[in-house]
Write a protein that binds this ligand. Sequence first.
Ligand code: GLA
Length: 419
Amino acid sequence: MKAGIRIFSGFTLIAGALGAGVLLGAMPPGHPGAGGRLADSTGSRPAPPVDNGLALTPPMGWNSWNHFGCNVSSELIRETADAMVASGMKDAGYRYVVIDDCWQVARTPDGQIVADSTRFPEGMKALADYVHSKGLKFGLYTDAGRRTCQGRPGSYQHEQQDARTYAAWGVDYVKVDWCNSQGLDARTRYAVFRDALANSGRGIVFSICEWGSNQPWVWGPETGNLWRTTGDISDRWESVLSILDRSSQYWVSARPGAWNDPDMLEVGNGGMTNDEYRAHFSLWAIMAAPLMAGNDLREMTADTRRARATRAILTNEEVIAVDQDSLGVQGRLVQNYPPELQVWAKPLADGSTAAVLFNRASVPTPIAVSFRSLGLRTDSATVRDLWSHQDKGTFGRRYSDMVPSHGVVMVKVTPKSER
Ligand code: GLA
């Protein structure tokens, strides 16, 4: 294909891919927000966003599950809040400190949820106060079914009571899982939870976690602020790829206040290379994903190579700015040279476009982004590299760069105005 030849001219390495190269359709000119205007793959228009005025940009924070599983405690949460400040994560925009499964142990005879008093001796209200005293926000996990995934009490038929309890404790964010929900209807149960939160008297971000099993990208926008699109992430490259390929399909459903959730980050947990973690973070940002760190934040303050690398990734403000852009459009795949070379693009509020040149292959490979595929009207644009933090100059029609194996080059492309 012609565009493919232009894009890859001079690089014999990938000559075999030319015939298969596909330009997947340009971004709409003028960068209109996608939300509500285009049909999704099921042909239905997403419903309007939940009306709680929260999460107008994708939520940023930390969640205990990926690194700590059930090993949660008051001490861990206090130390994590401290580290969120000391590591620069708070300055970079991370706010929510969320305790996932296993904080709860029982209900009282009148149905009141009871926190584990061994692990959380001070109680949840005092812990929330501490997190708030750091200028951060506090989140908890529950389940819309009868028990959580780890067998703790679920919120089924306790939704109003639990929402009132969370509000009294000072909870700002609730993640609601879907284990042990046999015979229940997801759309109905999550709407019950939404209404309970709305009546709680406190603004609480509502995170739906039913793993994409009941098409939440269709009803999620009118129900919650974010909804998981897939099963659980793990700290492996294959997991990142598989979640990317699924979650990206629902890009049309995302808009301010309502986001597809490809699951929490694994950056810093040790199972991938730094190139892979940079790719994971860049792709989550281009997808306007919630950025919930899933590593041990306490390790990030150390003066070690690993801590520095993790900090450089999770606090890259230029990449975070793409994720948090106020236009609120989820980026999508715009160039694909199967099976392994891709360009992903996200229109931004200032008229520029962010692009991720993504190399899924096992050797470093040049990739070029065609400005036409970004929907730019001019042939000339300036390019800034968001990982090297360098202005690369002015380019006509395309920009190409060598991309590491399992890695990305992430750029911001700003069209030069025509005179
Ligand atoms: C499910 C969720 C995870 C986590 C665990 C906790 O698997 O998808 O994100 O909350 O439950 O048990």
